[in-house]
Design a protein around this ligand. Structure first.
Ligand code: ATP
Ligand code: ZN
Length: 212
């Protein structure tokens, strides 16, 4: 019998909630051990532990059947994979921020400026839609320090409370997108796997309903 392969983040902000979601659905997973792949003992699923950025590619390639990622990572990946369910956790937003002492007028401020981000695809689409001509400087981490060290005039990064921006002397000026954790699939599962997914979705919805 085939098993549904679920990709979740190995370690990070989505990990704990992703495992919790699986367990709340009554799916038992063996305890830890740092394995990259594990099988449930009471439900036909295999769980793959990956970096979140790699999950869209794995799902697109069919190496994983479904995955749990933030909408921000999904959109940035530009993969043709679809959301099957919004999961309601890890809510955050992708925003533009500038040094707090800047007298920020509007989005036109970014014309001719450099903006540092780990989300170049989302940001370039956003600037294009808004007719802004800015230079995007890709950096993979610690984006908040870019203005302070003279690398960029502003940043585009994930914000939840805003405390990280504040402690780096920045202020949020535009929201580019809202995000939450979502369940994604490539959308061409074989019948047996689709049946397992349907069962899983039924349980996820029941768990979510119970929390309302
Ligand atoms: P990885 O090592 O897997 O690449 P990462 O460092 O890229 O991890 P995390 O910081 O663990 O990623 O964030 C994972 C996802 O959690 C983000 O893509 C976003 O959707 C969400 N997220 C990030 N920061 C926050 C936050 N402060 N509050 C809530 N959700 C967040
Ligand atoms: Zn990541």
């Amino acid at each position: 019998m085939s098993k549904l392969k679920i990709a979740i983040q190995k370690s990070g902000r989505l990990s704990e909630k992703s495992i919790q979601l699986i367990e709340e659905c009554g799916i038992k997973l063996p305890n830890g051990g740092g394995k990259l792949i594990t099988e449930s003992t009471n439900f036909p699923v295999e769980v793959l532990f990956l970096r979140d950025d790699d999950i869209p590619e794995y799902v697109d390639q069919g190496v994983a059947d479904i995955g749990v990622i933030g909408e921000n990572v999904l959109l940035e990946s530009r993969k043709n994979i679809t959301i099957v369910e919004k999961l309601g956790f890890s809510a955050c937003r992708l925003s533009l921020a500038v040094p707090k002492e800047i007298d920020y007028p509007d989005l036109a401020y970014f014309n001719g400026k450099k903006v540092a981000t780990s989300y170049p695809n989302i940001l370039s689409d956003y600037f294009e839609q808004n007719d802004i001509n800015a230079t995007i400087e890709f950096i993979s981490g610690s984006v908040e320090i870019a203005p302070g060290i003279g690398l960029a005039a502003g940043i585009c990064d994930i914000v939840s409370s805003g405390s990280t921006l504040l402690s780096n002397g920045l202020k949020e000026v535009e929201k580019v997108m809202s995000s939450q954790a979502v369940l994604v699939t490539s959308g061409n599962l074989e019948a047996e796997k689709q049946a397992i997914l349907n069962k899983l979705l039924f349980r996820i919805r029941a768990v979510q309903k119970a929390k309302e």
